[in-house]
Write a protein that binds this ligand. Structure first.
Ligand code: HEM
Ligand SMILES: N/C(=N/c1cccc(CO[C@@H]2CCNC2)c1)c1cccs1
Length: 360
């Protein structure tokens, strides 16, 4: 008998059924079922209600997430029954199309089978849509953060295109079978070409970014059960693209180019050229997404929404946990309320966790 699993299950069922206003009798009946399932199979299966509640509360418990105000509006797609790479690929395309919704992004999670049911699924991608990175004689081309995964795809037979924004294939692995690779049809990923409201030269840089961030390498743990493939998406906060993905010197490293095109003195720190370049990069991202009708949130609005989340949780008498170092935005952090207070970084479950990479 796996008493650790039974304990986790009991804690989860009590919390879940209480929040959903179920009766004590329903709790007792459910716990008896689970006890028998664990005795017979060594694991138990969540009902659809339990799965949906677990995925939503895992988001509510994500200490690093500034977007938690909308935790109860997560769209939960149950694909635990799928057991072939092809069927899983089809479900991932469905997720992309449903979540994208022509730009009116719908926060969504698709949940594949749990580890215990001897159908361990791993998606090797960090995000379902992401750009390739290549090491060339002239230096790194594309997204440096994708170097290792791009190499893994090439080793699996993927044809490198050596562009700056090549969308990577999906790599799906079941148990310890060799992983299967699938190209995403060109018309599926929505992308936003970047332009600036005032600087006409910005569009000549031919920059773009994809609309929907879909994290596919984290595990979801609910009541002692682990879902190792549970891709989830929200919408972007502009700074993620403007201050990090396109700005970090170990990512697309575009600040020097923006600064010189703005005719700033990029040789001196005191000109604050990097700060000016960051503001205009973020302005371009927010302007382009908005003009194309693609959901995005600026970091000031996101912080205000998080404040509302804190207030609502207080009303519900639930303690808010958070990771200050992740919650503060990378642009003008002290201009948000988050910077000026402290957060308890205790880890509560259900939650989303990092897991070891399935490739070297
Ligand atoms: C709806 C819009 C959402 C926004 C604007 C948002 C915003 C963010 C941001 C800016 C981060 C920090 C990312 C980084 O610094 O790299 C983050 C982290 C995180 N978010 Fe959200 N989020 C949203 C929805 C969601 C949803 C739907 C889920 C899951 C169901 C989620 C779960 C998480 C988790 C687990 C992390 C931490 C990731 C890690 O530890 O690497 N978020 N979020
Ligand atoms: N806006 C988002 N941003 C992120 C949320 C979670 C993780 C990440 C990327 O994290 C990487 C690993 C550490 N920093 C970059 C980005 C969302 C993605 C999926 C749902 S919301």
């Amino acid at each position: 008998m796996n008493y650790d699993l039974l304990k986790e299950a009991m804690e989860f069922i009590h919390a879940c059924y209480r929040e959903l206003n179920k009766t004590d009798q329903e709790v007792e009946n459910r716990l008896n079922e689970i006890d028998i399932q664990i005795r017979n199979q060594g694991f138990y299966e969540h009902t659809s209600i339990e799965l949906e509640y677990g995925a939503k509360v895992a988001w509510r418990n994500s200490n690093r997430c500034i977007g938690r105000l909308f935790w109860d509006h997560l769209n939960v797609i149950d694909k635990r029954h799928l057991n072939t790479e092809e069927a899983i690929f089809d479900a991932l395309i469905e997720h992309m199309e449903f979540a994208t919704n022509k730009g009116r992004i719908r926060p969504t999670i698709t949940i594949f089978s749990q580890k215990a049911a001897n159908k361990k699924v791993r998606i090797w991608n960090h995000q379902l849509i992401r750009y390739a990175g290549y090491r060339t004689e002239q230096g790194i081309l594309g997204d440096p953060d994708s170097l290792a995964f791009t190499e893994a795809c090439i080793n699996l037979g993927w044809e490198p295109k050596f562009g700056k924004f090549d969308i990577l294939p999906l790599v799906i692995q079941i148990n310890d079978n060799s992983p299967k690779m699938f190209e995403i049809p060109d018309n599926v990923p929505l992308e936003v070409p970047l332009r600036h409201p005032n600087y006409k030269w910005f569009e000549d840089l031919q920059l773009k970014w994809y609309a929907v961030p879909i994290i596919s390498d984290m595990m979801l743990e609910i009541g002692g059960i682990t879902y190792t493939a549970a891709p989830f998406n929200g919408w972007y906060m502009g700074t993620e693209i403007g201050s990090r993905n396109l700005a970090d010197d170990y990512r697309y490293n575009l600040l020097p180019k923006i600064g010189s095109l703005m005719e700033l003195d990029t040789k001196s720190n005191i000109s604050l050229w990097k700060d000016r370049a960051l503001v205009e990069m973020n302005t371009a991202v927010l302007h382009s997404f908005k003009e194309d009708g693609v959901s995005i949130v600026d970091h000031h609005t996101a912080a205000q929404q998080f404040k509302k989340f804190e207030e609502k949780e207080l009303e519900m008498e639930r303690p808010v946990t958070g990771n200050w170092t992740w919650l503060i935005p990378p642009l003008a952090p002290a201009a948000t309320h988050i910077f000026h207070k402290r957060y308890n970084n205790e880890i509560i479950k259900p939650n989303y966790f990092h897991q070891p990479k399935p490739y070297k």
